[in-house]
Design a protein around this ligand. Structure first.
Ligand code: NAD
Length: 382
């Protein structure tokens, strides 16, 4: 069996996402499994080239995982023709110049979401990549989670009948950082550094809605900063300028209404950190990260409103579990494999930079809706 080695420049691998999900759980995991098998029988191994700002951190990381190549010089990594793919998981504000340089160097590009801080920049990246003839993609990991794969199975099997609405609940308490360390990086809470829950989460909601239910046509949102002061990684107090909760209504093609709460200032009384409740004429389902439960119209109870009596129906027990019926790999790894097949054997990949840009457009429209107190209609783009 023949084997090929593909150089992948990975920028931002000292960060949370870049390290755990992309380097360890995806790229190194693909190699540990013997490489990616292609349709023609060839196996492709990945040669990560770590790029970052700190020599010490890169050297430590490379040593820990026995990785030969690392550098603080992005241009040098991009100049090597053996490196065909550029991956970016830097802070969002650093993304555009680095991805632009990679496109100019003729690399295929795969980037974390949001692909840029503004729709104009995100769309410019998509157009530049098309013009350069390189393959491009944006991380849309939630679509590859078991819970959402099961939800997709229900949709594609016609379970819901006509889908009426989607209600999403996402969030958990992010500690302020004074008496307990914050569990997310502080840049997330500063607008000037590309932070904010709308810019972080609306791109996720956009691809979930677009790929599972239909085009997002309009948004009405209220973004707020509930906790105005926080403490950073060094224990220093700072003003939290970015929104830490957003309450949004998304109108979809076909009349479906989605309503999603996103919050870093709520406490969890749910089974999972995100849940989507979908109602259709024939049945309903609740999908989380891993599980998906459903209730068919034939099993739907008929509650009668009477506040004088305690609830008699065990409502949660009246739902059934969608079985796994498959083995689910890590969602980030599954999408990496799809992107590699897109680059290497022209496989389908709908998660391109244009799709990513539409996600940024939704975030921008959400912030505008909140600032101006009105509903924003989204322009149709490719
Ligand atoms: N797909 C997802 O579910 C998901 C989840 C969280 C974050 N993200 C995205 O991943 C990206 C990274 O987020 P993270 O949570 O890993 O952040 P992080 O702060 O943990 O990591 C940021 C990385 O960017 C590098 N960097 C480059 N320039 C920088 C600068 N000027 N200031 C600070 N760091 C700089 C850091 O060295 C580090 O490697 C963001 O774009 C974020 O939106 C995606």
């Amino acid at each position: 069996m023949s084997e090929r080695v593909l150089g992948v420049v990975m920028n931002g691998v000292t960060g949370r996402m870049g390290y755990r999900q992309h380097l360890v759980r995806s790229v190194l995991a693909i190699n540990a499994g013997g490489g990616l098998p292609l349709a023609d029988g060839e196996r492709v191994r990945l040669r990560p080239v770590l790029v970052g700002r700190s020599e010490r951190k890169l050297a430590d990381l490379a040593a820990r995982h026995d990785i030969a190549d690392w550098t603080t010089d992005l241009s040098a990594a991009l100049a090597d023709p053996a490196n065909q793919i550029y991956f970016d998981a830097q802070v969002t504000s650093a993304r555009v110049p680095a991805v632009t340089a990679a496109i100019e160097a003729g690399k295929h590009v795969y980037v974390e979401k949001p692909s840029a801080e503004s729709y104009a920049d995100a769309m410019a990246l998509a157009k530049a990549a098309d013009a350069a003839g390189v393959r491009h993609g944006v991380v849309q990991d939630k679509l590859f989670l078991p819970g959402l794969l099961k939800l997709r199975r229900l949709i594609e099997g016609g379970f819901f009948g006509r889908i009426l609405s989607v209600r999403g609940e996402f969030g958990y308490w992010v500690f302020e950082g004074d008496w307990q360390d914050a569990q997310r990086p502080s840049w997330n809470y500063r607008t000037a550094d590309g932070g904010g829950i709308v810019l972080d989460m609306f791109p996720h909601w956009h691809y979930v809605l677009e790929h599972l239910f239909g085009r997002v046509e309009a948004v009405t949102a209220r973004a707020v900063t509930h906790v105005p002061e926080r403490w950073d990684e060094r224990g220093e107090r700072y003003d939290a300028t970015a929104d830490d909760a957003a309450y949004g209504i998304f109108e979809l093609a076909g009349g479906i209404v989605a309503q999603i709460n996103s919050s870093w200032t709520t406490r969890v009384f749910r089974d999972e950190l995100v849940e989507f409740h979908v109602d259709g004429t024939e049945g309903s389902a609740v999908a989380g990260l891993r599980r998906c439960r459903f209730q068919h119209r034939a099993g739907t109870p008929k509650p009668v409103w009477n506040p004088d009596l305690p609830a008699t129906e065990p409502f949660r027990d009246q739902w059934q579990e969608v079985p796994d019926n498959a083995e689910f790999d890590n969602g980030f790894k599954a999408q990496w494999e799809l992107f590699l097949r897109h680059v290497l054997e022209d496989g389908p990949f709908p998660h391109d930079l244009a799709s990513g840009a539409r996600g940024v457009a939704l975030a921008e429209a959400g912030l505008r809706s909140s600032a101006e107190g009105r509903r924003i209609v989204l322009e149709e783009t490719r």
